[in-house]
Design a protein around this ligand. Sequence first.
Ligand code: ADP
Length: 470
Amino acid sequence: MKLLFASAEIFPYAKTGGLADVAQALPAALAKQIEVLSVMPLYDFIDRKKFALRAMNESFQITVGKDIYDISLFEGVNRGVRTLFVYEALLCHCQTPYGNKNADTISNDLRFGIFSKTLLVLSQMFEIDVLHLNDWHTALAALWAKEMLPELPVVFTIHNLSFQGLFPRESIERLGLREHYFTPEGIEFWGGMNCMKAGIAYSDELTTVSPSYAKEILLPEFGCGLEGFLQVHSAKLHGILNGIDTVFFDPMIDPALPKNYGPGKYANKKRNKISFCKAEKLRDAERPLVVFIGRFTEQKGLDLILEVLPELLRLKLNFAILGEGSEAIADALKTLSKENDNFSIRFGYDESLSHRMYAAADFLLMPSRFEPCGLNQLISLRYGTIPIVTDVGGLHDTVGDIDDTDSTMCGQGLVLTELNSHTILRSLKRAVDLFSKTKRFSKISKANMRCEVSFDKSAKSYLKLYGKTV
Ligand code: ADP
């Protein structure tokens, strides 16, 4: 079987979130069993030399709407997986995958229309048996596949339903899509065009990244307006849990860490904390260290942390944040970090620093309002860091509560059954208390490091699904 796995971002070439991690790790796990080709756009910011990408001889033209676009192909190898790169000027001329930093508009409907159409040419060119599409950026390929390659099985994965690829009605004509798709059963959505709907409606199998999220998105609370549409297509919807790359995220060999460690070399974990606290000028490394790593968006609940942050910082702990997003949140955090010597904040995206933080921390705080799967908590388990999470989506499926009264200790983290700023504060008091029980704390931390968080099991589920479609 030959699979084409398409994503708008793949680590290490381009990453804005978990999609890139998954688009690297899942194909690598699948490639142990079947032939896999990955594909993504060759954005201008990708360093071709550094990643040893080479131009292929194949170049061709595609038509999208009334215009013709010149496509050239490049290739590289990522974790043993042959990876194709699509170059087209409009698609690739950008500073981040989805836009420019100065907020000037770029035509994402056309850009990802070009990428999606190209996927069908590639499917033919490379004699692909199954096309696996990921999120709205590739979703129109499911629709075009039905017209151009009706025999080609298409699997579509929803990584985050809150990003749907919404565009005005005019995009239908711009992309040369037939009018008959512009219905509520097709890709029409409140008078505009919704790319995600194309992936949902026209794929042969539909997946999302955890069993709980697969159930949640059928409800108004989590369905982002598509719950009714998803219910119609629910017979082909499957929840398959994400994993992580357990070689890249391995505290025993991670080159980003000041000191490597593992369950059998546990004392070294603390050396990472001491070194981080020193670098960040945090007081007293004997205190528990709590970290938050992620986007400053409503989804991740940082606004709720902010509501109780002054109180939280009065607890006997250190708190560190790494992330980017809402300016208002960033400004408030900056002010508080100046006033408190047990709080540090780093803005921006920094892969190496994030690894050092996972290693240094005792607890990872992740009070998400919704979480399709979440990778942070999986990485934190791998690094022996105890996650503090809400009971939603993939967090529900991967973190059980540590029962304070139970000596059998089957939980991995602290679970908030209700989410508000008070429950967050309460969970941190629980964390400080748990940390004071040194033996119990380190036993849980070591057990977390041994949790199965790889992609191996999920890859088997995907293989089964691909098998069903061919
Ligand atoms: P998202 O909803 O953002 O995709 P996930 O939990 O699925 O969230 O994945 C987030 C990934 O991005 C993890 O690998 C996490 O470590 C990483 N990450 C998030 N923010 C940053 C940052 N500011 N710097 C470095 N890595 C980050």
